[in-house]
Design a protein around this ligand. Structure first.
Ligand code: MN
Length: 423
């Protein structure tokens, strides 16, 4: 009993010390720690042990007597801890964003939402956000009674930037072109496949990010990424799509263009497929502080959508449209009217993508779907009519090959050769 009282007394005496020394990220103002929501950003941490802007919300404090200290820590882009050690170790749950974690003498690791990092006792390390993304983690210091955090030197800009270099320095053998093309799209290299499937990445990335791009270099990175996004939507490939939304924003494709690609996909791929991609893009926009809704791009009204849609249809496809409308059996003409008013009047007439880009996008969507031979041929002609020539169609098909595979690529090339002439 005496021992227990002694221990309790010791704990009481050490609380002040514990608060200062451990997770211990924020200013020592207990009223500011009084929060019951672990998502709350908390208070700004003092700059003594951190570089950049860091927010701390102490969810579980030492005086809560749970034998653990738990805090939510948000690092704004570029922010990080100093080098430090924890006497009883530390566990990090990354709840959002992208960041870095490094143990002394080891390579930097990219850490992302969903990752758990188990930091051993007394191992010197630092953690923080990546160069362009914020990162939030829940930090747990177990065995709080015995823990001691030892703060060491700052992670200098040089050390922090080396992190980025190390991240790009692959153990896999990628060509200079492949590295440069990947780095352009994903400066922080958010893929983890490099670590799990290095052999595959060596095969795929040297091909897709070097050979394929060299064979079709008349398509610039923006156009390539826009068409890949359309292709991913058409295939229902959500994971790859999200990678390319981030790539698109990294290389200056505008949010309006990204959204127009989604809207243009609806009449071809159908809302059932596209709705999940709209939600995914919106989540990325919110993460990147892009305010929604975006500016209005519609140029038609319920009164003139048919007339304007039909006019554009005829401008792009010529007398073929009149033939299609004339040939439609009685009782089915409304489908042709839908095409004019809805597909063209509602979507094609929108601003945000010029007509050449929009038509190339439709082609990319169609060849990625399969089972669309007749529509592919129609839109190859449509592309030629709006000024996308045969070489451009071949180039964009080549760019899509890594993402759609050989059968659909070969079918598309055959259709181009048949419609546009040539071998
Ligand atoms: Mn730590």
């Amino acid at each position: 009993m005496k021992n227990i009282i002694k221990i309790l007394l010791l704990i009481c005496l050490s609380i002040g010390f514990i608060l200062k020394s451990q997770l211990l990220y924020a200013q020592n103002n207990t009223t500011q720690y009084n929060m019951n929501n672990f998502n709350a950003k908390g208070v700004q941490a003092s700059s003594e042990n951190f570089t950049g802007t860091v927010w701390v919300n102490m969810n579980i404090k030492a005086e809560d007597n749970y034998n653990a200290i738990i805090g939510t820590v948000t690092f704004e882009p570029g922010a990080r801890t100093n080098w430090h050690t924890h006497a009883s170790g530390q566990i990090l749950f990354v709840t959002s964003g992208v960041g870095y974690y490094q143990e002394k003498g080891k390579p930097v690791q990219i850490i992302k939402e969903g990752d758990v990092i188990k930091i051993p006792k007394n191992v010197e390390h630092w953690h923080g956000a990546s160069h362009h993304n914020a990162m939030t983690h829940i930090a747990i210091v177990p065995d709080s009674g015995r823990d001691k955090t030892k703060w060491l030197s700052r992670v200098t800009d040089k050390e922090y930037d080396q992190a980025l270099e190390l991240v790009h320095q692959k153990t896999i053998n990628l060509s200079e072109n492949a590295i440069a093309n990947r780095k352009e799209l994903w400066p922080e290299d958010e893929s983890k496949t490099d670590q799990t499937d290095p052999e595959l990445i060596e095969i795929f990335d040297n091909w897709a990010f070097d050979e394929v791009i060299q064979k079709s270099d008349r398509i610039n990175a923006q156009a390539r990424v826009m068409m890949i996004m359309g292709s991913c939507i058409a295939q229902g490939a959500l994971g790859e799509y999200k990678m390319f939304v981030n790539a698109a924003l990294n290389i200056g494709v505008t949010p309006v263009e990204i959204k127009e690609i989604l809207y243009q996909s609806i009449p071809y791929a159908g809302m059932a497929k596209v709705i999940d991609f709209i939600a995914a893009a919106n989540r990325i926009f919110i993460q990147r502080d892009i305010a929604l809704p975006l500016d209005r791009q519609s140029t038609t009204t319920s009164k003139n959508r048919f007339e304007k849609g039909l006019a554009l249809q005829k401008e792009m496809f010529g007398e073929r449209i009149d033939q299609m409308r004339d040939k439609a059996p009685n009782g089915q003409k409304y489908i042709q009217d839908f095409l004019a008013a809805n597909c063209f009047g509602d979507y094609y007439t929108r601003t945000g993508l010029d007509i050449k880009t929009r038509e190339l996008l439709t082609y990319s969507i169609l060849i990625s779907m399969g089972g669309t031979e007749s529509q592919v041929r129609g839109h190859i002609q449509g592309n030629l009519n709006v000024g996308n020539d045969k070489e451009r169609l071949i180039a964009i098909t080549t760019q899509l090959l890594p993402y759609i595979g050989y059968p659909r690529t070969l079918n598309a090339i055959k259709a181009i050769n048949e419609v546009a002439g040539g071998n």
